[in-house]
Design a protein around this ligand. Structure first.
Ligand code: PAF
Length: 302
């Protein structure tokens, strides 16, 4: 039986009882409309922790005006069934006024790691994410919290927040879960028309090709490798494959998120983050590749 908790008070009481019995708490924060990526996070938490809490909260303060807050997919009954079959016992689903009662005014300000990529395209987004995640961590007080690598910048920003603010939770990185054709799973994939869905895997293809080019260029110490040119050709591939436009396609350090603008920058990078966001119809999809330059994948490693 899955228990749906809607108040902070009940969540805190339930957690206190669990902790009294000596069990560790795993936590999977989500905005709901589950897919297999969410289910993998839940299963891993269940495997590694005594009890697992999953939250569903479409956090209004991480959406800018004009973004998809109103149409973000929601289906609690479907989510309940999926979480229950994954073995989850507790779903925390607070309403907006429970999380942000009248008079709420405090915000966490994410630092420079949040300034580029999605942070540049979605001003205030990561302040909203950090604020809600910090609130959820304070309510659930998890030992471990599980985040997917698809939102790699979010993951790095949250890791930094927990380090900077001395939060005791351990952040666990989990590999991106993909459809058979390579498309990264996302609740927003439900926005895609059949035609857009067919075109969407081009994003993963572009990332894979660019990853390969970077690994090959490293063999000759990036001599003659022109990042700008490579990025332009992959952007053209995306727009030629059904994408309406590319928000960003950038190469960076996976550790500092500093952009690598030329071969010289790349030479000093050990682990690469290729970050992509692109529009297909009205939908903005993001994806990434994170890899060691000696080709050892870092996806999914703690
Ligand atoms: O990745 C998400 O689903 C959200 O950004 C999160 C972490 C649940 C915060 O609202």
């Amino acid at each position: 039986m899955i228990k749906v908790i809607t108040t902070i008070r009940e969540a805190v009481e339930t957690i206190n009882d669990i902790k009294k019995s000596g069990l560790s708490v795993g936590f999977v924060p989500t905005m709901g409309y589950f897919h297999d990526g969410h289910i993998e996070l839940m299963k891993r938490s269940i495997k590694e922790c005594g009890e697992t809490f999953v939250s569903i909260f479409v956090n209004p303060i991480q959406f800018a005006p004009g973004e998809d807050l109103a149409r973000y997919p929601r289906d609690l009954e479907r989510d309940k069934t999926m979480a229950a079959s994954a073995g989850v016992k507790y779903l925390f689903c607070p309403g907006v006024s429970e999380m942000y009662p009248e008079g709420f005014q405090t915000r966490i300000s994410a630092g420079p790691l949040a300034s580029d990529f999605c942070g540049a395209s979605r001003p205030g987004h990561f302040d909203g994410v950090c604020t809600v995640v910090a609130k959820l961590f304070n309510i659930i007080t998890p030992d471990r919290a599980y985040f997917g690598m698809k939102d790699y910048q979010q993951l790095v920003v949250i890791e930094k927040m927990t380090e900077d603010l001395n939060m005791k939770v351990k952040i666990v990185r989990c590999e991106t879960v993909r459809e058979k054709d390579g498309l990264a799973m996302s609740s927003r994939n439900s926005y895609l028309s059949p035609e857009e869905r067919k075109a969407a895997p081009a994003l993963k293809i572009a990332l894979e090709k660019l990853e390969l080019e970077i690994i090959e260029a490293r063999a000759s110490d990036f001599k003659g490798f022109d990042i700008e040119k490579a990025l332009e050709s992959h952007k053209a591939f995306l727009t030629g494959s059904g994408f309406k436009g590319v928000d960003y396609l950038k190469v960076a350090s996976a550790d500092t998120l500093a952009e690598a603008r030329n071969a010289g920058d790349l030479r000093s990078v050990d682990r690469v983050f290729i970050a992509a966001a692109a529009f297909i119809g009205r939908t903005r999809l993001i994806d990434n590749a994170v890899f060691d330059l000696d080709k050892k994948k870092v996806n999914g490693h703690e």
